[in-house]
Design a protein around this ligand. Structure first.
Ligand code: FES
Length: 480
């Protein structure tokens, strides 16, 4: 699925690692977070190497809507309530600084990445919710005002406007700042022990190791699988839609995301937990809304995104665990990977270089209190549900009866098998036990993939791995 970003920007390919090397800092993952962390550390004088399992920015970075904003939905009322005003202010300042840093970097380096200053809006039909959030953002000193209506055709009781936010083309930006970095592509990390990273054809010994892999794939220590799940969302790029002034996000019945890129409107929504699907499909639901509100628009492309959601709505940026002082992590950006990546780069640069950072506390992965642990248990509960889910027993002739273009879980000779039948009648069987921690995978009819409801690993219908925390393919079962 090409996104609007991949159609007009190509990043040159790099070689894979085939030797044994040493460096000061090794970063696993060359998406926006990994690249920005590497860029900031290298600028501070550190020797840096990045390892990427696929290609630079081939994961979620190329699937974003690329809004650079400190307005993260209705998060600030929640932050003040959950963490208190001081820590909530740290979150606000860190994200405002991230915007300023993008602005400066793009100007200083003269990066041609379609960067535009825009105001950002959150709208809702719930006036009480809007009032509470407006009170919170005003208290924190964010650049906010309340507006009674928006320029959108979507009904709302009002909106909160943040001034001087921004949007850009993420791949053009990454292409430029990654030029100076040493990056090995197609280099899957197999294991990490203390200071040693093993890949398929080489090793890296590093003083500091940063995990910037979207979802951390080392289960112990850290146990990120107990405190994060993944959500999917969908985007349509529309032409002949009216120009909207600003970037928008809704909450409630009309929870949609909107921004322009050149002559196109990027219209997103239909969020759901990975592994859960609706009849009729998420893309079609979004298309119906596009038709209702932008009747003259024409779809030119569509794609989906996947985001890591932490239990308390705050990313995990800092030491990977208390047992691994030389390991660092940047993950759980919710749906705000542009600012989350820059916040990670600024915090991890300071931690690794031994500088003070005045807003790192709220993002620390080791921040949990007993009340947070209750939410963590809930996440664990979802995972157990996935592990225990029973397979519906279907008669063996089900494969014959399976319509072309459909996927299904069947029980054949006491073995649970996932099968997909393509339009030519060819059947693709896979095991449906997730290689991460063994949950049962679910068929995703929209994107013809097998998705894990526990922590969000995904696989195509051939069984090839698409996204972590799992790192291997799902083996092909024999039907003979
Ligand atoms: Fe954790 Fe599947 S992603 S069990």
């Amino acid at each position: 699925m090409d996104t609007i970003w991949t159609t007009n920007c190509t990043i040159p390919r790099r070689e894979s690692l085939q030797s044994h090397i040493q460096t000061e800092v090794a970063i696993i993952g060359a998406g926006l977070a990994g690249i920005l962390i590497g860029y900031e550390l290298q600028k501070s004088g550190k020797q840096v190497v990045l390892l990427e399992a696929k290609q630079i920015a081939s994961g979620q970075t190329s699937h974003t809507t690329a809004k650079i904003t400190s307005q993260h939905g209705f998060v600030y009322h929640h932050l003040i309530k959950h963490f208190g005003e001081e820590l909530a202010r740290q979150y606000a300042i860190a994200n405002e600084k991230a915007i300023t840093h993008y602005r400066l970097l793009i100007k200083q380096e003269q990066i041609d990445c379609d960067f535009e200053e825009k105001d950002s809006y959150i709208y809702s039909d719930d006036m009480e919710l809007l009032q509470k959030e407006f009170e919170a953002v005003t208290k924190l000193g964010l650049p906010a005002s309340f507006v009674p209506s928006t320029s959108l055709p979507i009904p709302a009781a009002g909106a909160i406007q943040f001034e001087s936010q921004a949007q850009f083309h993420p791949l053009k930006f990454i292409k430029s700042i990654s030029e100076c970095l040493t990056i090995y592509e197609n280099t899957l990390v197999l294991s990490v022990e203390d200071n040693l990273i093993k890949t398929e054809q080489g090793t890296v010994r590093a003083n500091s190791i940063v995990f910037a892999t979207h979802f951390p794939f080392i289960n112990f220590p850290g146990m990120y699988f107990t405190r994060m799940h993944q959500e999917r969302s969908y985007v349509l790029a529309l032409k002949h839609a009216p120009k909207i002034e600003g970037m928008f996000l809704g909450k409630g019945a009309n929870a949609y995301s909107l921004r322009n890129y050149k002559d196109f409107l990027l219209f997103g929504g239909e969020n759901h937990r990975c592994g859960e699907h609706i009849k009729g499909g998420h893309f079609d639901a979004l298309r119906q809304k596009a038709k209702e509100w932008f009747p003259n628009s024409v779809e030119i492309s569509h794609w989906s995104a996947q985001d890591c959601i932490s239990v308390d709505s705050v990313p995990y940026i800092g030491h990977y665990s208390s047992k691994t002082p030389n390991w660092y992590v940047a993950t759980g950006f919710q749906k705000w990977g542009m600012t989350g990546s820059m916040v990670s780069a600024l915090i991890l640069k300071d931690l690794i270089c031994g500088y003070e950072n005045s807003y790192a506390t709220i993002f620390s992965p080791n921040r949990f209190t007993p009340s947070d642990l209750l939410n963590i248990t809930k996440e664990g509960g979802m995972a157990v549900k996935g592990l225990l889910k029973r397979t519906l027993q279907l008669p063996e002739h089900v494969i014959e009866d399976l319509p072309c273009g459909h996927g299904e879980i069947v029980l054949i000779a006491d073995e649970k098998i996932g099968v997909y039948k393509d339009d030519n009648g060819t059947v693709y069987p896979v095991t449906i036990r997730c290689p991460h921690l063994g949950c049962q995978l679910e068929w995703n009819p929209d994107e013809k993939s097998w998705d894990c409801p526990c922590h969000g690993s995904r696989f195509d219908y051939h069984g090839n791995w698409i996204s972590n925390p799992a790192q291997t393919n799902i083996s092909i079962s024999s039907l003979s």
